[in-house]
Design a binder for this molecule. Structure first.
Ligand code: APR
Length: 233
């Protein structure tokens, strides 16, 4: 089976009803990113940050994977697929994708405020446990924090992601503005023989690559359908 690697961003989940970050009306227009997605913001106002992620978690219970997520899961019949996602939702998993690497953490997981990447403290919440309260503690006695990679923090999964991209026969970038590093740099690890597709209804500024890119200017659902048809030839 050919190795197909997906790099997905917020646009992947847009058709499920989850806002993107940088489109008009996106999340970063509604909330100051420094306040809700940085370690400093969390130190300054943990209540606000906890409420922000509670709201994201509550919303996640109300949405479903879209056709694009589902088609990617179905494509596992024909391809060896690894999904590398910047998304913190669990819609790839809920659609049935079996190998998902989250670069920016996972909304349905919580961890220690002191050692967020220590596996001993990372815990998956059940859907009904979406509301975290100030005073809820991790196993090390610190306040439970979202298992989210904030701006300014290291991205522990980037190395394993690079390895998958290097080995890919096909790389499919879906619904990301490629503004945030190191995720945006993953394309540069694609080997010269790797076929690259980019699915996005809007123009994406792909910086400094000589790699030919097959553009599919469609939303995720239609775009993944077109991708599969194109690959079938
Ligand atoms: N289908 C596919 N793509 C879409 C759709 C759709 N229906 N609707 C919008 N898009 C595209 C937009 O054109 C844009 O290129 O999705 C992209 C969303 O870009 P961003 O909002 O910047 O999201 P993303 O690239 O995932 O952001 C990266 O920034 O703040 C952070 O940590 C957060 O993981 C996130 C990271």
């Amino acid at each position: 089976m050919k190795k197909l690697v997906v790099l997905s961003g917020a646009g992947m989940s847009a058709e499920s009803g989850i806002s993107t970050f940088r489109d008009a009306g996106g999340l970063w227009e509604q909330y100051p990113v420094e306040a809700v997605a940085t370690p400093d913001g969390y130190a300054r106002d943990p209540e606000l940050v906890t409420r922000f992620y509670n709201e994201r978690r509550r919303q996640l219970q109300e949405v479903e994977p879209n056709r694009g997520h589902c088609l990617l899961a179905e494509m596992e019949r024909e391809y060896d697929i690894t999904v590398i996602t910047q998304n913190v939702d669990n819609l790839h998993e809920r659609a049935g994708s079996s190998h998902v690497i989250h670069l920016h953490g996972e909304l349905m997981k919580v961890t220690s405020s002191r050692q967020p990447n220590n596996p001993a403290y990372i815990r998956e919440l059940k859907p009904e446990e979406w509301e975290v309260k100030i005073g809820d503690l991790a196993a090390d006695g610190t306040q439970l924090r979202p298992f989210i990679v904030w701006f300014g923090e290291a991205v522990p999964n980037i190395e394993v992601a690079v390895e998958y991209v290097e080995q890919a026969d096909i790389l499919v970038i879906i619904g990301t503005s490629l503004n945030v590093y190191p995720a945006a740099g993953l394309l540069h690890y694609a080997s010269p023989r790797c076929e690259v597709f980019l699915i996005d209804p809007n123009e994406v500024n792909v910086t400094a690559t000589h790699h030919p890119i097959n553009l599919i200017r469609k939303g995720a659902s239609e775009g993944v359908k077109e991708l599969w048809d194109t690959l079938k030839g």
